[in-house]
Design a protein around this ligand. Structure first.
Ligand code: XIL
Length: 369
């Protein structure tokens, strides 16, 4: 009989047990693989794989991607007769290479518009713009991009329509037209309406009315994207749950598309994610420039746990949960709504390490088989 070294046997047993049963070996995407996609938003550098460590984290933890900025109209369509798909081609290729769900963000949005679009003043020109813009981009990635934010942030806080350049030139018909154009360019791709604060009652009612109208007028809409730029204490779990139920009752998918949780003070009681709102900073407004105190770290972990517990309860209605950024150090919340603060909104810290929030999200799920 061959001699078996008992020491090696013991070591390999420990190794095997750890690998097969220790939760530490799970990742976000594996843990939630039977529930919904777990996504992240990629910066231009991440699309270009500039940092190998970050790239490995993205590929290990996430199975869905959104481009944080480079597919917005100011980048893809900088001039009337000029499209630039250099980075969006790389983004889609990255998702395909890594077998990820690829989400397109975004086609019709009043912010981060190319300057020439803001100057469009009459309905004929705007109609021509919408047709060319949506058809060109959606057709280009037909069958490769899995879902699109067709319209982003069309609503005011009270649920009425935002007076954007689109509404001013075309009236509310621009909404259904945008969805029709996108469906025509790629009949199989999932089409979403995306917005912030649409879990709040008044704005939610506006979003529901808008979705119903798009359907009634013959538009194809497959889902709603609740951005999820949230705070430690609001919105309440109850309002989020009502939103999941009310939106899915319309026969559409619910996605959480830009999830992050600010831990920093907000003296104006600012809610949501209006990228055009900016304020002056001060030391009081940036209380944790070096590290996050344990007490707040724990609160953040508990908040993420209660949110994901709710998501799991309604996993049959939820298609995707995407974090807005990969790790704290690169979050847009370090610069919005005040520039130069240090925020801690994501499950990975500035050194790419798991935070207690990460463990609390992972622990909730049982997928160990
Ligand atoms: C943000 C990006 O994260 C920032 O880098 C950029 O400066 C402004 O836009 N709602 C959206 C996102 O739909 O596109 C916004 O992203 C955040 C709010």
């Amino acid at each position: 009989m061959k001699f078996i070294n008992p020491y090696l046997l013991a070591i390999s047993t420990v190794f095997f047990v750890n690998c097969s049963s220790n939760k530490e070996t799970l990742t976000l995407k594996d843990s939630y693989k039977n529930d919904f996609y777990i996504g992240t938003a990629l910066s231009a550098d991440q699309i270009e794989e500039k940092d190998a460590k970050v790239d490995s984290l993205i590929r290990t933890e996430f199975n869905a991607i959104t481009a944080e900025n480079i597919m917005k109209s100011m980048y893809t369509h900088p001039q009337k007769d000029k499209y630039d798909f250099t980075l969006s081609d790389k983004f889609v290729a990255y998702g395909e290479k890594n077998k990820m769900f690829i989400h397109g963000h975004t086609l019709i949005w009043h912010s981060q518009l190319a300057p020439w679009m803001e100057k469009i003043a009459d309905s004929t020109e705007m109609k021509a713009f919408m047709k060319d813009h949506i058809t060109t981009i959606v057709s280009k990635y037909k069958g490769r991009i899995n879902s699109w934010d067709v319209v982003n942030e069309a609503l005011n806080e009270d649920g009425t329509l935002r007076p954007s350049v689109f509404l001013k030139t075309l009236g509310e018909k621009y909404l259904v037209d945008a969805f029709k154009l996108a469906a025509k360019a790629d009949p199989k791709v999932d089409l979403y309406y995306n917005d912030y604060n649409i879990e709040e009652p008044a704005k939610r009612a506006g979003a529901i009315a808008l979705i119903k109208k798009i359907k009634a007028e013959g538009g194809k809409i497959d889902g709603v994207g609740i951005q999820g730029h949230w705070r430690l204490h609001s919105p309440s779990i109850e309002e989020i749950e009502k939103s999941i139920l009310e939106y899915s009752a319309l026969g559409i998918k619910v996605a959480f598309t830009e999830l992050d949780i600010t831990v920093l003070p907000n003296p104006w009681d600012l809610k949501g994610a209006d990228v055009n709102q900016n304020f002056e900073g001060s030391a009081k407004m940036n209380p944790y420039p070096k590290t996050l105190p344990d007490s707040v770290q724990t609160k953040l972990a508990e908040r993420y746990a209660s949110i994901f517990k709710l998501f799991l309860k309604h996993k049959d209605k939820i298609s995707r949960v995407t974090f807005w950024g990969v790790y704290d150090g690169q979050s847009w919340l370090n610069d919005w709504p005040i520039k130069g603060r240090t925020n801690y909104p994501l499950p990975f810290d500035k050194d790419l390490k798991h935070k207690p929030a990460y463990d609390s999200i992972l622990k909730l799920n049982k997928t160990e088989e």
